[in-house]
Design a protein around this ligand. Structure first.
Ligand code: IMP
Length: 317
């Protein structure tokens, strides 16, 4: 049991002396192995967030989207191909796609990498698990160092260290904090998100930390980066944008789109035909317009945040 732990809403950063004259001086570059990103923002591997349009739009803004795994291998490969066959204005975006740790995950991983995915997100709710250990060993055996492997999620320093020792190139951190997550209610487990980031950042292993879930605004992103995260992963903040999969729902109150946890009843019935443990909820969110406008607003807030701390780079922060 944890004694006391903090999350985003519990803390504020203390403004520091700054010699940053323009926010343009702030450089938000972050790296996953040798893949460079202009922004430290990743769209979640969820079926109401990341498919072709989101991956292209995130690529255009300088971030990344992870193509979700809640479909057939053929469908996921088609999405990967659609990103690579039809490049964005600046070229081919780095393609990231998710796999699990059981069932068809090896066949899926081979097909995704064979069609151009450079980053594999090993996407399970409880990543500090023997099945993750076996999966990472197998994936490393299959791909060597040719693919960046991003497993998760973990909630503790021990979890982070073990995943790195089992072969992770970056680790998705946080359990229970997502806006559509009911894991804490259903299972009694979880750790306040910011605490996990601070904990994992104490590690002597030095692979990127992805702060995933529970991030509600640019201020939270700055707090996550200050706590030691290299990237944030966003679901809710990007939900309802034009680039998310799913139809617009017209109502008298306005236009909405679906946003749902991948362990919600709706999602499970659709992709596995039955329900197991229900640890997520399904909801609708008001339509927000193009995702690049949301990202631009977030970027402005993050730049301003680094400037308040007198930091020109994420590492200085
Ligand atoms: P948000 O940005 O707070 O909406 O959180 C998004 C994150 O919630 C995702 O990146 C996942 O890590 C996590 N997540 C997605 N689906 C579920 C679920 O059904 N239950 C618990 N967590 C989930």
């Amino acid at each position: 049991m944890i004694q006391e732990a903090l999350t985003y809403n519990d803390v504020l950063l203390v403004p520091q002396y700054s010699d940053i004259v323009s926010r343009k001086e702030v450089d938000l570059t972050s790296w996953l192995s040798d893949h460079q990103f202009r922004l430290p923002i990743i769209a979640s591997p969820m079926d109401t967030i990341s498919e072709t349009k989101m991956a292209k739009a995130m690529g255009e803004t300088g971030g990344l989207a992870v193509i979700h795994r809640y479909n057939s291998v053929e469908k996921q490969v088609k999405i990967v191909e659609s990103i690579i066959e039809d490049p964005c204005s600046y070229g081919i975006p780095t393609v990231a796609a998710a796999v699990g740790t059981s069932g068809d995950y090896l066949e899926r991983a081979a097909a995704l990498v064979g069609h151009g995915a450079k980053i594999l997100c090993v996407d399970v709710a409880h990543g500090h698990h023997v099945l993750m250990k076996l999966a990472l060993e197998k994936l490393r055996e299959l791909f060597g160092d040719t693919v960046h492997i991003m497993p998760g999620n973990v909630a503790t320093l021990e979890g982070y260290n073990d995943l790195v020792d089992w072969g992770a190139d970056s680790v998705r951190c946080n359990i229970g904090g997502g806006s559509i997550c009911s894991t804490r209610i259903q299972t009694g487990h979880g750790i306040p998100g910011l605490h996990t980031i601070i904990d994992c950042a104490r590690s002597d292993r030095n692979v990127p930390i992805i702060a995933d879930g529970g991030i509600r605004n640019s201020g939270d992103i700055v707090k996550a980066l200050a706590a030691g995260a290299d990237f944030v992963m966003l679901g809710s903040l990007l939900s309802g944008t034009d680039e998310t999969p799913g139809d617009v729902i017209n109502t008298r109150e306005g236009k909405f789109k679906a946003y749902r946890g991948m362990a919600s009843k709706d999602a499970q019935v659709e992709w596995r035909g039955r329900t197991a443990s229900l640890e997520g909820i399904a909801t609708t969110v008001a339509c927000k317009g193009p995702v690049n406008e949301i990202i631009l607003e977030l970027e402005r807030g993050i730049r301003s945040g680094l400037s308040y701390s007198g930091a020109r780079h994420i590492s200085e922060l």
